[in-house]
Design a protein around this ligand. Structure first.
Ligand code: ZN
Length: 141
């Protein structure tokens, strides 16, 4: 898979062994092996608290509870990333489908896919694996 011209190379680069040591098997499978967790199996698909979702690999803020919605799919879903430059998007032709893959721009972690089929403000549905994320609840006050 070649990166589109507008995608910058990741700045956090670690070896397979380093990622394995840092991540749980489920986190490693999703983020470094481009896996997909079964629906309703990962964390956060039903999380409703206010806060920020960061990359489980490098800690970069990726999504906010403000754009999270219940898509009914069993995966955390958002209609926009926290910042355009926080994620990189790749054309994904695996499984005989044309999809757009979403990765963390900083460390190249696979996050999930974005689909242009949602009626919310942006028309986009970022369908993200919960195992690729870490939730930081908003502090009171
Ligand atoms: Zn990352």
């Amino acid at each position: 898979m070649t990166a589109p011209a507008n995608v910058k190379p990741p700045t956090v680069v670690k070896s397979e062994a380093e990622w394995r040591a840092q991540l749980t098997p489920a986190q490693y499978y999703v983020t470094r092996e481009h896996g997909t967790e079964p629906p309703f199996s990962g964390p956060y698909w039903n999380e409703k608290a206010l806060g920020t979702y960061t990359c489980v690999c490098c800690g970069e803020p990726l999504f906010s509870s403000e754009t999270k919605f219940n898509s009914g799919t069993g995966w955390p879903s958002y209609y926009a990333p926290i910042a355009d430059e926080a994620i990189s998007e790749y054309s994904d032709r695996s499984l005989f489908m044309r999809r757009t893959e979403v990765r963390c721009a900083k460390c190249d972690a696979h996050l999930g896919h974005v689909f242009p089929d949602d009626p919310r403000p942006t028309g986009l549905r970022y369908c993200i694996n919960g195992h690729a994320l870490r939730f930081s609840p908003k502090k009171a006050g």
